[in-house]
Design a protein around this ligand. Structure first.
Ligand code: ATP
Length: 317
């Protein structure tokens, strides 16, 4: 089980700190795929990156991350070395385009496991099995990244990032650059890796809720550095409670999720600047039901088991 408790990660800027993660809490259970969704700039990538490496200008401000009860030393870059890749592995945004173009796939894999002092021969058998699982032949090891399609590259990245069977895999926008059919195939492969116990749990970051509908058990909706709502996938999509989640679901470009005749609407306005976010609820200036109570910050409250909402206007179910 992974517990993220009151995590605060800011970016130092010339104009002050950008509060990209401000008191973010949620739990990832064993065997769970947790989807993180929200508009651009809400802190999704910051969350994923902070569990691996705090690169300046990112800074740790507070909170804890625990894996099976043990504290993950995210505030200590050196200490994190023994956890990266082995315990927590990240597929960063654009990873498939960042594969070294001058190295063959086999060489890229050798370099990476060498950095972790593991001999290629030790994992060769496992590597072949995994390639087989993602429907790639061994031949790809002899190919350069430019010889592979986007979907093939993303499958190579999935194999590489999970070679050491990490407890937690964080996948950041891994399907965004793919066409719809590859999107589905690749996202189902992530699910297969979880089902087969290769990874224990997955954080799947995306702005595309339709992808989460296919694979996530639970969804965390973020808005402006905070958690707006948490619930199981079906509930979040079919019965959103937070006004922000409701607008997000209404604005879905892919109506395949719900056969609705309603016109799709964008969310009016823009998310706030995170250097000087508004007092109280950060969504209040765009919220259709905000009132004077929203000048106070709404706590993230559990309104029924596993369902959390940060909104004064959502009454107990
Ligand atoms: N290097 C940086 N310096 C200052 N602020 C930053 C930096 N990187 C990100 N931020 C700010 O942190 C906030 C969260 O960014 P983050 O990239 O985590 O959002 P996101 O939800 O992943 O967005 P996207 O979907 O566009 O990737 C944004 O407001 C962004 O402006």
């Amino acid at each position: 089980m992974i517990q993220i408790e009151k995590l605060k990660i800011y970016y130092r800027t010339l104009h002050g700190d950008a509060k990209a993660l401000d008191d973010v809490s949620f739990t990832i259970n064993d065997k769970e795929i947790v989807g993180i969704a929200g508009e651009s700039g809400c802190g999704k990538s910051t969350l994923g990156n902070s569990l691996i490496l705090l690169k300046p200008p990112m800074k740790y401000v507070g909170g804890e991350v625990k894996i099976n009860g043990d504290r993950l030393p995210i505030d200590n870059t050196k200490e994190m070395r023994k956890y990266r890749y082995k315990t927590v592995s990240l597929i960063p945004q654009y990873a498939m385009d960042a594969l070294n173009p001058t190295r063959k796939i086999g060489g890229i894999i050798k370099d990476l496991i060498g950095q972790h002092r593991i001999k290629y021969e030790e994992i060769e058998g496992r590597l072949y099995e995994r390639l087989n699982m993602v429907k790639l032949s061994k031949e790809v090891l002899n190919m350069y990244p430019f010889e592979l399609s986007g979907g093939m590259k993303q499958r190579v990245v999935l194999v590489i990032s999970t070679l050491l069977n990490p407890d937690l895999l964080i996948a950041d926008e891994v399907t965004s650059a793919l066409d719809v059919s590859s999107q589905k195939a690749v996202s189902l492969m992530f699910k297969d890796f979880r089902d087969k116990g290769i990874v224990n749990s997955i954080i799947f970051i995306t702005h595309d809720i339709a992808v989460l509908y296919q694979i996530a058990d639970k969804i965390v909706i973020m808005y402006a550095g905070k958690v707006a709502e948490i619930g199981n996938t079906e509930e979040i999509i079919m019965e959103p409670l937070h006004p922000y989640t409701k607008s997000l679901i209404k604005s879905l470009p892919n109506a395949g999720i719900r056969h609705t005749k309603e016109k799709l609407e964008g969310i009016p306005g823009h998310p706030p600047n995170l250097i000087n976010p508004p007092e109280g609820c950060r969504f209040k200036d765009r919220c259709p039901i905000a009132d004077e109570s929203c000048v106070e910050e709404p706590p993230l409250q559990e309104i029924k088991e596993g369902r959390f909402v940060a909104c004064w206007k959502v009454k107990d179910l």
